[in-house]
Ligand binder design. Structure first.
Ligand SMILES: [Zn+2]
Ligand SMILES: [Zn+2]
Length: 501
């Protein structure tokens, strides 16, 4: 499924930008940090960038959707804890790597070449599941392959000029470090501080191991501060569009404007057009639960409509989205989970097959039911005791109705609900049965008191479930008939006894 959700304002922004672009490949930029697999909150940015990319492709533009992985960033303890799912043993084993570039840390799970590649793969797997297919650009590899060399020359020869420029242009902002060198002794970058630049060499101290280094600036290991890095990246990869939330767009201290000003002054002047999106706030209890319980369509709808509005996600809000989102005509996701899914689960139990895509959808429904509605959506056949309480004449009518439904659906398996409903009405008239008497009883039997209209339920519930219902009803009818007969026998007994006497 290609997802394109572009509002008219964004369409205007894209069109305006396109007219100013010379004929070329349009580049959309976006960024991750392979420090851990974050929760669902940060996915809005990528869904929006992906949507713009799909839109441009549909408009006949050659488009590159680049996903920059900040694999040169140092790992921090908070990220490590989330990354290893709070596994105490792994935390103990890996905390010594905090402060080191992600790319230089071993894989905690031993299945990839390093820490960064492990989580990069996890993130990409998640993106692919969401229909997002970007081209990954590994930040560490960019530096190693020399893509940033031109910028090293600029930064290290104009080091104090850049500092003064930032102070003048953004007095409210202080850049902690312009460049983060990696200590050649302990491989950490968190505690390194540049002391001076002289004769094309950078001297720096490391507060982690107390080492002092003096290295040529062209071959020095390390990375620029995020804002400088962004400015360079825009110029190297000629990024035309990038999604930003308001956290990046503060005119005084926002990363976007600082990087843009730096780009114009020092690195070539290229900068992307902003695709603005609202922040996502989420109850902590929902972390990592949304992807498991919402199909892509619902997820996309939630994050992509009202792009610029902040979104606060709570349990109630998610249920509201599930109620509003129609997975098919007149059937919301929520109603699907409550009314249709339990019966669908019945199908594989009786040997029916379900394709893998639909299985995933059903599993998400199961999770949604458990996590958000608080119930196990197992299909329950009518209880024998409840069937026994139904008046025998009405029960015979219900049996007749179910037999009619089964036969109808065998004969017309692809019939739309409207036609089914018309035929059902006709059946009620022909058989002189009354909906208003039977439906409330059936609703109770099927535990569908608060659900879809009965004709919809009859139409969507698979026949396998109705076979089960029929068996229960027939058993009760058979037993009550026997009871009636045996009662008659009891009444007859004295006569028979008398006869013998
Ligand atoms: Zn791995
Ligand atoms: Zn060190």
């Amino acid at each position: 499924m290609t997802t394109i959700t572009i509002d008219s304002e964004l369409e205007g922004i894209i069109q305006a930008k396109l007219t100013s672009l010379k004929s070329k490949v349009i580049v959309i930029g976006s960024g991750i940090t392979s420090s851990h697999l974050g929760d669902e909150r940060n996915l809005r940015e990528f869904l929006i960038a992906n949507s713009v990319s799909n839109y441009l492709r549909e408009k006949g533009k050659n488009t590159l959707f680049l996903l920059f992985d900040d694999s040169y960033d140092p790992l921090n303890f908070r990220q490590l804890r989330v990354a290893v799912d709070k596994d105490e043993k792994l935390i103990k084993k890996f905390e010594k790597y905090c402060g080191m570039p992600l790319r230089l840390i071993p894989d905690p799970y031993d299945c990839h070449q390093n820490y960064s590649l492990h989580f990069q793969t996890e993130i990409l797997k998640r993106f692919h599941n969401l229909g997002i297919y970007p081209n990954i650009i590994d930040c560490y590899s960019s530096y190693e392959s020399g893509l940033y060399d031109f910028a090293k020359k600029i930064v290290f020869t104009r080091y104090s000029e850049i500092k003064k420029f930032l102070k003048k242009e953004f007095p409210k902002y202080t850049m902690k470090k312009i460049f983060w060198p990696v200590c050649s002794n302990c491989s950490k970058m968190e505690g390194t501080i540049i002391k001076g630049i002289k004769n094309e060499k950078v001297s720096f101290d490391c507060s982690d191991c107390n080492a002092t280094s003096n290295e040529p600036w062209m071959t020095i290991k390390g990375k620029f501060s995020w804002k400088i890095d962004a400015a360079i990246k825009w110029n190297v990869f000629k990024i035309d569009f990038e999604a930003f939330s308001k956290a990046y767009l503060d005119p005084d201290v926002g990363s976007y404007f600082i990087a843009k000003t730096l780009s114009k002054k020092f690195f070539g002047g290229f900068y992307p057009e902003i695709i603005h999106y609202g922040q996502v706030l989420m109850d902590k209890s929902l972390s990592y639960k949304l992807l498991a319980s919402l199909p892509n369509e619902v997820f996309h709808e939630m994050f992509l409509t009202h792009r610029k509005k902040d979104l606060t996600l709570s349990k109630v809000k998610i249920i509201q989205f599930a109620r509003n989102y129609k997975i098919e005509d007149k059937l919301s996701y929520n109603k699907y989970v409550v009314s249709k899914l339990p019966y669908e689960l019945f199908e594989p139990l009786y040997g029916g097959t379900v394709d893998s895509k639909y299985k995933k959808f059903m599993n998400q429904g199961l999770e949604f039911s458990r996590l958000f509605l608080g119930k196990e959506p197992y299909p329950l056949l009518p209880k024998k005791e409840s069937v026994e309480n139904i008046d025998r004449r009405k029960l015979l009518q219900i049996k007749r109705l179910i037999e009619w439904i089964i036969l109808y659906k065998v004969e017309f398996p692809e019939e739309p609900t409207e036609n089914f409903s018309k035929s059902l009405d006709k059946f009620f008239i022909d058989s002189k049965m009354q909906k208003n008497i039977l439906f409330p009883i059936i609703r109770k039997l099927l535990s569908q008191e608060d659900s879809l209209p009965m004709n919809r339920i009859f139409h969507l519930v698979p026949n396998t479930f109705f076979y089960g219902c029929l068996l229960v009803i027939m058993q009760v009818l058979f037993e009550t008939k026997n009871r009636v007969l045996s009662k008659k026998k009891i009444k007859q007994k004295p006569i028979m006894a008398g006869a013998i006497l």
